[in-house]
Write a protein that binds this ligand. Structure first.
Ligand code: ADP
Length: 485
């Protein structure tokens, strides 16, 4: 197969201090297409020596970068926003090739990713401070905000572009330098994004990129070394716990966006069209490979059959295939391990009495495909109630009572997002307030928005990304005490 031009055009090396060096050990790693299980290209595979070089670059660049005019940082982001949109087709294709999502969804992600740069371009020039007199009148307090310092940003493979811009945007706006480590499955989107930021005028050393197959070997020395002042991580709860422990030793500030186990609740008074549409979005966005994916769908018994029939019809009508093919709704899962996990969870649920309404069979042939699947009458002790499915499987449970469904929805260690469908405003607010999640979608299956504070409670993470608080995570307070004299 000939290499597509978008793959040829992407830089394949590391990005350190404004240059594109190979890994010092000259190692490379393959990037595979999950639709075909073939290798698209190889990229540099960094080790600890490269991490040390990246840290030196980020540390050296920090003082001058912190001193740049906010407007200058803002305009770099604004230009990058426009370049991202101008290159939508190439970036979307790149993402589809390395990650699998259908082109239409990949285009949507480019727009979403670009929006973070626009939002933080606007935030960069709104960093404010304070000036006050102390209560006893003896001091003036001058409060200022300063960048926290060199940051380590670690991103996952499921939204390779948007998870990058969601972290880079506020770091640039705040005046922090960065080391970015993308997921090994999806380095190309990050490398293309890095090229765009360079074109937009980001100075050397501000963003350094380490692609690596040895995440632990590269990250641990960085976190334990003391030079990194902030970690922003999006990934699994399991890895988040390891990183939080490593951050403890050198008291590194952390923002963690971890796993979810989102409940989606359909009350008997819900607009069923809206509920089915919402469930489709909350379940099928990104083939279900999202921490916001509806993992448990609780439907009131009065509407359970009707809801299941309508959802099944919609799921069964989706086209599964290579994300680059026209008309594809559902691409492959990221890798064989991801698909094996879905297979195991479905088998467990069926073994405990769940009924398959559609899907459930792994197709023959190459690629990590799994069909859109609906499971009804799932028992509350199925493994998928305590495990992120991360695949196109809608698990339907029933309930009769509001208190019971809130209790079961909250009965999880996670707390990222929940979804509620009801026409009763009192109930929407009452249940919304009681659900132990950082975000609640009311009559909608989509909560992600650059202008809103995205994040979870409990073991879904620490801190928020986006919204007015997004930039706060990258800023420190300092106050100067000056006697009034
Ligand atoms: P997933 O299971 O969805 O791949 P992970 O949490 O394993 O989620 O991965 C998210 C990001 O964390 C990726 O960039 C991955 O390379 C990185 N990662 C995985 N393990 C570690 C680790 N021990 N230390 C640092 N980063 C890690």
């Amino acid at each position: 197969m000939t290499t597509p031009p978008v793959i040829t055009a992407v830089p394949k090396n590391l990005h350190i201090n404004g240059t594109w060096p190979p890994a010092t050990a000259h190692r490379t790693m393959p990037v595979d297409n999950p639709a075909t299980n073939t290798t698209l290209c190889h990229v540099a595979d960094a080790g600890p020596d490269d991490a040390a070089l990246a840290l030196t670059a980020a540390t050296r660049a920090q003082p001058a970068w912190a001193a740049t005019a906010p407007r200058e940082r803002s305009e770099i982001l604004r230009r990058a926003h426009e370049l991202l949109l101008d290159r939508t087709e190439d970036l979307a294709l790149l993402m589809t090739l390395e990650m699998g999502k259908p082109l239409a969804e990949a285009r949507g992600e480019v727009a979403y990713a670009a929006e973070f740069f626009r939002w933080f371009a606007e935030e960069a020039v709104r960093i404010d401070g304070g000036y006050a007199t102390s209560p006893d009148g003896r001091n003036r307090h001058l409060v200022l905000r300063q960048p926290v310092g060199p940051c380590l940003l670690i991103t996952p493979w499921n939204f390779p572009l948007a998870m990058g811009t969601r972290k880079i945007g506020p770091a640039v706006a705040a005046g922090c330098t960065m080391i970015l480590k993308p997921a090994p499955q999806t380095p190309l989107s990050t490398l293309a994004l890095t090229g765009i930021l360079t074109e937009a005028g980001l100075p050397p050393g501000v963003l350094n990129v380490l692609t690596t197959s040895d995440a632990a070997g590269v990250v641990e020395p960085l976190l334990r070394g003391g030079g990194i002042r902030k970690l922003s991580f999006t990934g699994s709860t399991q890895v988040g716990r390891i990183l939080l422990a490593q951050c403890a030793d050198t008291v590194v500030r952390t923002s963690l966006e971890l796993g979810g186990n989102a409940p989606l609740i359909v009350f008997e008074d819900a607009d069923l069209d809206a509920a089915v549409n919402g469930a489709m979005v909350a379940k099928m966005r990104n083939m279900g490979e999202a921490c916001t994916a509806a993992n448990r769908i609780y439907v009131h018994t009065a509407v359970a059959e009707e809801f299941a029939a309508r959802l099944t019809a919609r799921m069964a009508a989706l086209n599964v295939g290579d994300g680059t093919a026209p008309g594809t709704d559902v691409g492959p899962l990221i890798d064989g391990a991801g698909r094996d996990k879905v297979v195991r969870l479905v088998r467990d649920a069926v073994g405990r009495g769940a009924k398959i309404l559609t899907g459930g069979e792994v197709p023959e042939g190459e690629g990590n495909f799994y069909p859109p699947t609906v499971l009804a009458q799932v028992p509350r002790d199925a493994d998928l109630t305590t495990t992120e499915i991360f695949g196109p499987v809608a698990a339907l449970f029933t309930f009769d009572d509001e208190d019971d469904v809130v209790q079961v929805a909250n009965d999880t260690e996670w707390g990222l997002v929940s979804y509620v469908f009801t026409r009763d405003l009192d109930r929407a607010l009452r249940v919304g307030e009681r659900l132990e999640t950082g975000m609640v979608g009311i009559n909608t299956g989509l909560v992600s928005n650059p202008a809103a504070p995205f994040g979870g409670v409990k073991q879904s993470g620490l801190g928020r990304e986006g919204g007015r608080v997004g930039i706060e995570e990258f800023l420190e307070y300092k106050y100067l005490a000056i006697p009034t004299g």
